[in-house]
Design a protein around this ligand. Structure first.
Ligand SMILES: NC(=O)c1ccc[n+]([C@@H]2O[C@H](COP(=O)([O-])OP(=O)(O)OC[C@H]3O[C@@H](n4cnc5c(N)ncnc54)[C@H](O)[C@@H]3O)[C@@H](O)[C@H]2O)c1
Ligand SMILES: [Zn+2]
Ligand SMILES: [Zn+2]
Length: 361
């Protein structure tokens, strides 16, 4: 059976998205059909529709989602119809060179559904990050479904599927921030704010939020920032050094992804500190740094894909912290909207009015 559902599609570069009827097939071997309950609007969706990721239009947008498994295909044993799941874009293969070395969070062969979802005329859609969840139903690989405590709110839980996990993990998994450490986070959107919240959970003693938008800095204090820096008025590197005894922070997370913010992260680290790039740069950007400084400052320059998370390990754990009141996942939901409001949500995100708009179905 093919399911006709409403979904948000980006047909061409830069053009406003449209809500269309799409066709979703029943799950084949290894696949799961999920009734989407909530899906957050991430900056990466906007990157897709701007043509910043690739040119495989039309895209089926949406990838920060939670929902209920409706049916599963042959051979699926890990999830069953009725399970409450958060969708992930890292269904680890278990056999690639990263997996076989015991580092599955780097898995180089993650998989998605093999059958295409299509427009009504049969044109195949490219689902954002292999998910495509601004849709009443979506088809994914069963390994993309991570079962979590079903008492969690779908709007909050879904955010773990991308931005919040990416930010939290950038600080905690990639940056390795821990008790007593100092951290600075440049860019306090959903991703950067999650890095701040993660650093708080991990016991960092100094958490410095940096943004060019004062409103974000106010919110950052609520999520655990101990200090804030408005880098539209102040030199971020100087300010971070001043707040850390003149040395710089142990870990600096760049949650913007531009050469100027990465340079700030590079120089605002203490000697032997770690800079983590989690913001996604566009293909036109290049970095120019004195090689002697790369050598002389030591430490580590790391990229963080999806916060180096392992969905099966991290999603249930973060949901438990949320339900115990130790991690403010619900506070990332600024507003709930419908499928028809995604374009307007992009504008709000662009203007910095929201942390996350979440489509609730
Ligand atoms: N690595 C990953 O796995 C991963 C996952 C999800 C999202 N991302 C990326 O993370 C980035 C942030 O996503 P988001 O959803 O939080 O976006 P967002 O638009 O909600 O937030 C961006 C924030 O950066 C601030 N900002 C912009 N320019 C700045 C500058 N020069 N200095 C300081 N702050 C600045 C903005 O005011 C805003 O608060 C995006 O590039 C997104 O694609 C990466
Ligand atoms: Zn693998
Ligand atoms: Zn995302």
């Amino acid at each position: 059976m093919t399911h006709e559902v409403r979904a948000v599609v980006a047909r061409q570069k830069g053009a406003p998205v449209s809500v269309e009827t799409i066709l979703v097939p029943d799950p084949g071997p290894g696949e799961a059909l999920v009734r989407v309950q909530a899906c957050g609007v991430c900056h990466t969706d906007l990157h897709y529709r701007e043509g910043g990721i690739n040119d495989a239009f039309p895209f089926l947008l949406g990838h920060e989602a939670a929902g209920i498994v409706e049916s599963v295909g042959e051979g699926v044993t890990d999830v069953a119809p009725g399970d409450f799941v958060v969708l992930n874009w890292r269904a680890v293969c278990g056999t690639c060179r990263a997996c076989s070395k015991g580092k599955p969070w780097y898995c180089f062969a993650t998989h998605n559904a093999t059958q295409p979802m299509t427009l009504a005329d049969g044109t195949p859609l490219s689902p954002a990050l292999g998910i495509g969840a601004f849709a009443e139903k979506t088809l994914v690989a069963a390994g993309q479904c991570t079962k979590v405590d079903s008492t969690a709110s779908p709007a909050a839980a879904g955010l773990l599927g991308c931005g919040v996990m990416a930010g939290f993990g950038a600080a905690v998994n990639t940056g390795g921030v821990g008790r007593g450490d100092s951290i600075a986070v440049i860019g306090c959107g959903g991703v950067g704010m999650a890095a701040i919240a993660g650093a708080k959970v991990a016991g960092a003693s100094r958490i410095i939020a940096v943004d060019v938008d004062e409103r974000k800095l106010k919110w950052a204090e609520q999520f655990g920032a101990t200090d804030t820096v408005d880098s539209s008025r102040t030199d971020a590197v100087e300010a971070i050094r001043e707040l850390t005894g003149g040395f710089g922070a142990d870990v600096v997370v760049d949650a913007v992804g531009r050469p100027e913010t990465f340079k700030q992260a590079f120089y605002a680290r203490d000697l032997a500190g770690t800079a983590v790039l989690v913001g996604v740069p566009t293909p036109d950007l290049t970095l120019d740094l004195p090689l002697l400084d790369v050598f002389g400052r030591g430490g580590a320059l790391k990229s963080s894909w999806y916060g180096d998370c392992l969905p099966s390990r991290d999603f249930p754990a973060l949901i438990d912290l949320y339900l115990q009141g130790r991690f403010d996942l619900g506070d990332f939901v600024t507003e709930t909207i419908t499928l028809d409001d995604v374009e307007a949500a992009f504008a709000k995100m662009h203007h910095g009015d929201v942390l996350r708009s979440v489509v609730v179905l």
